[in-house]
Design a protein around this ligand. Structure first.
Ligand code: 3EB
Length: 329
């Protein structure tokens, strides 16, 4: 028999998924809302010491730029554990870590340290099931071949994880930021209950990518059905078909391919087709000059859907745009 707070979810899982929204309110006001688990600012570094507030070093193409709010049912506790900050409530856990690569011998060492620290912390918690991870790395495409910084990140991530995800990978995003090039930022959502990983029938699973993409295949699932069953967390989705990059040099065509990938993923997950006004997405755009076209196409193809456009580099240098986000049942 499970004791304590887990017992009330033992049969059904947590009551409902975190509610994710983009809001134009000030971060401090959002942190004061009931059940505020995390608040994200984009671009400009902000102030404030609340561990639930994280500044993502990606510039938004929208002005004014909204914050992202994660809300759960019930009271939220928060704290710090070394360099790591966390919050928890309603059966959900948020944890975030920012490391300076120079303190860890470079990109691989920083990824190894980040994942080791996150793993050890999460394993000390009730909420041990990691569902979704975001990784933002500086200068992600710098370096050639196996020495490209993203590939070193993949090496270090796998080392730091050890057997953490032996039972299955969480959904994830890995994007290059244009802030302090030495900054590695990693944050995650975990639960007391396991989710259900979903793969994309149009794409080779990332952990089975062939050798040409690096020594260490990236460990992530294409999406994660949350244990509450009412939401799908969608990993960074690019114009990858099979394992190959499609439509090299053409952001608009890549976006079209991404939307086909997303529909295939929704169908495989048993979610309703399409996106709606409750499903916040992010579009990461490599070249600022592509942003107006991407915005226009998204307006046509996903009318009314909240999409935050961010300036970020996809982890393969030929890929110009990537989408991630949420779908609620
Ligand atoms: C791809 O499909 C694009 O390394 O965690 C997407 C999502 C990508 C997550 C990761 C990488 C990652 O391979 C790249």
């Amino acid at each position: 028999m499970v004791e304590g707070r887990e017992s009330k979810w033992a049969e059904t899982g947590p009551a409902s998924a975190p509610r994710i929204s983009y809001r134009l309110d000030a971060a401090a006001a959002l942190l004061a809302e009931p059940g505020a688990l995390a608040v994200f600012g984009f671009g400009v570094p902000g102030t404030g010491s609340d561990p639930r507030l994280l500044h993502v070093p990606l510039e938004a193409f929208e002005a004014p730029t909204p914050c992202e709010l994660w809300q759960v049912d019930g009271p939220v506790r928060h704290g710090r554990h070394g360099a790591l900050r966390w919050s928890a409530g309603g059966g959900w856990l948020f944890a975030a870590l920012e490391l300076d690569e120079r303190d860890h011998g470079g990109p691989a060492g920083a990824a190894r340290a980040a994942y080791t620290q996150l793993r050890d912390f999460v394993r000390s918690r009730d909420e041990q099931q990691v569902l979704r991870i975001w990784n933002y790395q500086g200068a992600i495409n710098q370096g050639e071949g196996d020495a490209e910084r993203y590939k070193l990140f993949c090496d270090g991530r796998a080392e730091g994880c050890g057997d953490w995800f032996a039972d299955g990978y969480p959904a994830a995003t890995a994007i290059g930021h244009h802030g302090d090039p030495h900054l590695l930022q990693v944050y995650l959502l975990a639960s007391a209950h396991a989710g259900t990983a979903v793969e994309n029938p149009r794409q080779v699973s990332a952990w089975r990518y062939p050798r040409q993409y690096g020594r260490t295949a990236p460990g992530f699932a294409r999406a994660m059905r949350l244990p509450a069953q009412d939401a799908l967390a969608i990993s960074g989705t690019a114009a990858v078909v099979g394992h190959a990059s499609a439509h090299e040099g053409d952001a608009a065509a890549q976006l079209g391919e991404i939307l086909v990938n997303l529909e295939a993923l929704l169908a495989r997950a048993g979610m309703p087709a399409g996106f709606d006004t409750h499903a916040p997405l992010k579009a990461y755009v490599r070249h600022a000059t592509d942003a107006p076209r991407v915005r226009e196409l998204l307006k046509q193809r996903l009318p009314g859907v909240p999409v935050l456009l961010l300036h970020g580099d996809v982890c393969r240098s030929e890929l110009l745009v990537e989408l991630d986000g949420w779908r609620y049942a």
